[in-house]
Design a protein around this ligand. Structure first.
Ligand SMILES: Nc1ncnc2c1ncn2[C@@H]1O[C@H](COP(=O)(O)OP(=O)(O)OP(=O)(O)O)[C@@H](O)[C@H]1O
Ligand SMILES: [Mg+2]
Length: 297
């Protein structure tokens, strides 16, 4: 019997990507990256690592110096318009016309992608309502708050129903409540099948949202894999404990380190057997932050 091998299709396939800017800065030095269709993917790295440059190339705002880029199997070199039509992008910097009305910014963007006006207007309503911006539709974008501007960028990115949504630090400067709302919305989009690629410096966000991740350093991917697997690879986790000694009834702060696969409850149990009661417990650093620093070492 013939075996049918199902090849998982890739939303993004980047091979040997290089970018040298006009001034001579080598921003990308042979970057390789694969993102599967349907993934929620985090692109991480320190300031200047090359994240925005990579996104710029994917979205045709930056010309690459060398390498191959495929988006849903479309070759960026041969089929730039097909690549463009697959992607919705939320850029790091606000780049809409500040004197234009919210609704016009969205409908005008739909026009670039050939979405008929009637359809665009209907979709704009859905999206603006989902992002809690419908009341602001007739306001000029300049009058929106920072968090509203971020959501406007998301709305604009979605108007042509892209299969791939790319967000460059979408939650920078967004308050906690709004951030949670945005996470919920992005999770829903991903559930409905949209592939999402995200850069962020909020590592908690990665833990909350993303399935896979890649770490970029100086223009190259230095680690790629499942967020959970990479977290497991952390050998140790440090905790700060506030403890009471039964006899002295005196508060003390102590620091403990346990292997990532050991449970903190077992430790608390052991301490209590020795007459030490744990009052409060805090991870010394966020797990994602530890991973980040470890990968960069
Ligand atoms: N238009 C440009 N002209 C010249 N150099 C640039 C340009 N854009 C970026 N660079 C340089 O390329 C390198 C990578 O920058 P990039 O913006 O891709 O980093 P990033 O990972 O997005 O950083 P951040 O986390 O700060 O947003 C940096 O050294 C930066 O100074
Ligand atoms: Mg950037």
């Amino acid at each position: 019997m013939k075996k049918i091998i199902m090849k998982r299709s890739l939303a993004i396939e980047i091979k040997g990507l290089r970018k040298t800017y006009a001034g001579g800065t080598k921003a990308l030095k042979g970057l390789n990256l694969s993102v599967e269709e349907g993934d929620f993917f985090a692109l991480l790295g320190s300031n200047g690592a090359g994240k925005t440059t990579t996104i710029g190339i994917l979205t045709s705002l930056v010309n690459k110096s060398a390498g191959k880029v495929h988006v849903f199997n479309y070759d960026l070199d041969k089929d730039i318009n097909a690549v463009k039509s697959q992607i919705g992008v939320v850029p790091q910097e606000f780049n809409f016309n500040v004197f234009e009305k919210v609704i016009d910014i969205i409908v005008c963007q739909a026009g670039y992608f050939g979405v008929p006006r009637k359809i665009a207007e209907k979709r704009a309503e859905e999206i603006l309502k989902a992002l809690d911006l419908w009341d602001k539709r007739n306001k000029v974008s300049r009058s929106l708050s920072g968090g509203m501007k971020r959501r406007l960028l998301i709305a604009r990115a979605l108007i042509h129903k892209p299969k791939l949504l790319i967000l460059d630090e979408p939650t920078a400067g967004v308050d906690v409540e709004l951030r949670y709302g945005m996470w919920k919305y992005l999770k829903e989009l991903n559930k409905e099948g949209m592939t999402i690629l995200l850069t962020t410096h909020y590592l908690e966000e990665v833990e909350q949202l993303c399935k896979n991740m890649a770490m970029i350093r100086e223009g190259k991917v230095i680690a790629q894999g499942s967020v959970q697997e990479l977290l497991k690879s952390l050998e140790k986790q440090s905790y700060v404990l506030e403890v009471y000694n039964n006899e002295k009834a005196q508060k003390q702060i102590m620091e403990v380190e346990i292997a990532a696969n050991e449970s903190i409850t077992a430790l608390i149990q052991k301490l209590s057997e020795k007459g030490i009661l744990v009052n409060d417990i805090q991870p010394k650093t966020n797990r994602m932050e530890q991973l980040f620093l470890k990968l960069l070492k």
